[in-house]
Design a protein around this ligand. Structure first.
Ligand SMILES: [Zn+2]
Length: 498
């Protein structure tokens, strides 16, 4: 869908030397001088239809030009949604290391080329791959009921016969930690928690350990298996999957997540005071080393001496849903942002898109990127991997010398309802390795995560959960940020900590 761009803003670029968009201006003016198609100026703003040349207004500042682009994106961006729609419709679930993820890479390469990016390519790596099998859970005593369960990534198999064992209940992960060694021998540990929705998603860090490390702890204490209350905040009868990790010296045990209604039902049964038994059958498999890969694409900068910028999402998803919010949305947001950036003319710095592979199952893509590009100079990283909820806050971690830049970005984000915070930006999983290697500048555009953990890693993570206006607001915030960063010639990396 085409929409209208402020012509005066396009022309005004020409009066602003050494700022974003100068190349666009030079290109546009030379085209005009050559009396070629005037609309090629619009082509430099390739997504916008310029209505006429009649009313050149007074020159606009660079800040105003970026504001116009931001506002147009906010009203009418469709690129982000098209990416999410395409990936969820034409690929669907795409777990790291699987054939579906390989199809997603092919899809991504075609999409990124069609959007006009340069150096679109795949960087492959090998990774151990775990795949889901059958999964059932049934309370066998003192009541008989089936429960909705999903295996956690890296869970061991119960075998086809399943495990029928007594439940030992732990209200929190700390209660499990306090259980005496050997006390769980032959039992199924059940760990609950009290996770509530939070805007900033901080409850994931607080309650996620029940999944991240609960199975490892239960295995060390001799448990035959573990089930946890899903790490989530909804009351649908959907378990939330996600990875768990066992230490190399620990033999993995079967590990599953119960849906939250089932976990609460189980708690009520336990409160009746009689021993509760569960028959658990999980038959996942480790299928050995498989190929995964990162998909990279670039907007080439005009100054090859300036260290590059990397912006990231992850292409893989969990297998239960179609991975709309986690994380097709992120790839849509950064893909659309980079495309709109091109419309402002060539940036000074190269902007590289990293659509990372195999994040969910262990950040294999992010680590591979960090290793392969450790010595290639980078200046700055951003990531989008927290759904499609509105951006509400911005965190910075930049050089002290970039305070004016920070003020510009804060001002450009304010009309979108985005407030600056004092927390330093941390980046994200897929840019973690390259940030660690090169101590990059970072900006985090914090999304509203109030509803995120209703859907996270469930069958409900599907396209219909995407709010198109909120998705556009994300792209607008990213455009308003990256338009400044991509042509900033000063130091971006923060000073080393004293
Ligand atoms: Zn994710």
């Amino acid at each position: 869908m085409l929409y209208y761009f402020d012509l005066a803003a396009s022309l005004a670029i020409c009066t602003i030397p050494r700022k974003v968009g100068l190349q666009n201006c030079v290109m546009g003016l030379s085209l005009i001088a050559m009396n070629k198609h005037i609309t090629l100026l619009a082509a430099a703003s390739s997504l916008f239809l310029i209505p006429s040349l009649a009313s050149a207004a007074p020159a606009k500042s660079n800040d105003e030009i970026i504001a116009v682009l931001r506002d147009n994106v906010l009203q009418a961006d469709n690129i982000a949604y098209e990416i999410v729609e395409g990936l969820t419709t034409e690929i669907g679930p795409r777990q790291g290391g699987t054939a579906a993820e390989a199809r997603a890479r092919i899809w991504a390469v075609a999409k990124l080329k069609a959007l006009g990016f340069e150096n679109v390519r795949v960087e492959e790596y090998q990774m151990p791959t775990w795949v889901r099998g059958g999964e059932t859970a049934e309370i066998t005593a003192p009541f008989t009921q089936k429960m909705a369960v999903a295996a956690l990534g890296n869970s061991a198999s119960t075998g086809d016969a399943g495990i029928d064992a007594e439940i030992v209940y732990f209200p929190t992960i700390d209660d499990l930690r306090a259980a005496p060694d050997g006390s769980l021998k032959g039992k199924i540990a059940f760990v609950s928690h009290n996770m509530k929705a939070t805007q900033d998603g901080s409850s994931y860090g607080a309650f996620g350990p029940a999944r991240f490390v609960g199975p490892n702890i239960a295995a060390k204490k001799g448990a035959a298996a573990i089930v946890i209350r899903s790490i989530g905040t909804d009351y649908h009868r959907n378990p939330h999957t996600g990875n768990t990790n066992f230490e190399p010296s620990v033999t993995p045990i079967p590990a599953g997540a119960l849906s939250i209604p089932d976990a609460e039902n189980l708690e009520r049964m336990i409160a009746r005071g009689k021993p509760v038994r569960m028959k658990l059958k999980l038959t996942p498999q480790n299928v050995g080393m498989q190929t995964s890969g990162n998909v990279l694409a670039e907007v080439k900068g005009s100054n090859p001496d300036l260290p590059i910028i990397v912006i990231a999402c992850h292409l893989d998803s969990w297998d239960l849903g179609t991975g709309a919010i986690d994380n097709a949305a992120g790839c849509g947001i950064i893909g659309a942002t980079a495309k709109h950036l091109i419309s402002m003319g060539q940036p000074k710095r190269t902007v590289r898109l990293l659509w990372a592979g195999a994040e969910e199952v262990g950040i294999w893509g992010g680590r591979d990127y960090g290793e392969k590009h450790a010595s290639e100079p980078h200046a700055f990283a951003m990531e989008s991997d927290f759904g499609a909820g509105k951006v509400w806050a911005v965190d910075f971690n930049l050089s002290n010398s970039a305070s004016a830049l920070r003020t510009q970005i804060t001002s450009a984000l304010a009309p979108l309802g985005v407030v600056p915070r004092k927390d330093p930006a941390g980046g994200g999983a897929d840019v973690g390795a390259i940030i660690a290697a090169q101590k990059l500048g970072i900006i985090d555009l914090q999304q509203d995560g109030t509803k995120y953990f209703d859907l996270h890693h469930t069958p409900d993570d599907t396209l219909d959960k995407i709010d198109r206006s909120e998705l556009r607001q994300n792209v607008a915030a990213w455009v308003a940020t990256l338009a400044y960063i991509a042509s900033y010639e000063g130091e971006l990396k923060p000073e080393p900590a004293q």
